[in-house]
Ligand binder design. Structure first.
Ligand code: PGA
Length: 238
């Protein structure tokens, strides 16, 4: 895992945006793997400003809450439209987010994995990291599913995400997420982390053994991972 430490959140976002721009310049029909959460918001702001050509780009998002349809302001589909897709020239038909509104979530997950197989590759996958080490919604566990699947969210994840909802009771308890297997198929992976609150999990990620109890550590099996973190998130590293 290569690590780049930036001065602050803005520099982290700019560096990540340059990496995305590189893929758009190099690949004719780029497939981007995208993430939600607070961390990539700055990256999406940069991409919106850069006037890049996304007309040939396909995007696949990591995850979606079960029970929220795409018009719900806390759904990840809505988030992506608001933070990125409405500001760039991507064709929304080419933007994919798992569908958490269907009655049969298991089927929605299987269909999403089939879509990923059909696309055949993700040129660049953007990831955040949860305080518990999750990537996407792959929560720490004794075993992890490889393909896209339905997950029960950890209490700590529900608490962390409650800040976006009126009350913690409104936070969905389940989600559809790309599995670690789906994620590891990406050609290149960028993990973003910013702020003191992430310092401890970043130290664990760098220092500890690979374990399904720290899902992000499985990225150590991937040959092309770039960790872009700001000084605050890097502050506990040796
Ligand atoms: P955050 O979430 O970017 O809002 O910190 C990261 C994550 O949970 O993956």
């Amino acid at each position: 895992m290569e690590i780049k430490i930036t001065k602050d959140y803005q520099e982290m976002s700019e560096l990540a945006a340059k990496e995305v721009a590189k893929v758009l310049a190099e690949v004719k029909q780029p497939v981007l793997g995208l993430a939600t959460g607070s961390t990539p918001v700055g990256l999406y702001e940069e991409l919106s400003k850069m006037e890049l050509d996304f007309s040939k780009t396909v995007s696949v998002n990591l995850d979606e809450y079960i029970g929220l349809d795409g018009n719900h302001p806390q759904s990840y589909r809505y988030f992506m439209n608001e933070k990125l897709f409405n500001h760039i020239n991507i064709d929304k038909k080419n933007t994919y987010v798992p569908d958490g509104s269907l009655a049969d979530s298991q089927k929605a997950a299987r269909d999403y994995e089939e879509l990923l197989s059909k696309l055949g590759r993700i040129d660049l996958q953007i990831l955040g990291i949860g305080n518990n080490g999750h990537i996407g919604f792959n929560e720490p566990d004794r075993a992890l599913s490889l393909p896209t699947h339905v997950v029960k969210l950890e209490e700590s994840t529900i608490e962390a995400n409650a800040r976006f909802f009126d009350s913690i009771d409104e936070v969905p308890k389940e989600a559809i997420t790309m599995g670690v297997g789906s994620i590891l198929k990406a050609k290149k992976i960028i993990v973003l982390a910013s702020g003191k609150a992430k310092a401890s999990i970043i130290k664990s990620l760098v220092d500890e053994y690979v374990s399904t109890e720290l899902p992000a550590s499985l990225l150590k099996f991937h040959p092309n991972v770039l960790l872009i973190i700001d000084q605050a998130a890097a502050s506990l590293l040796d």
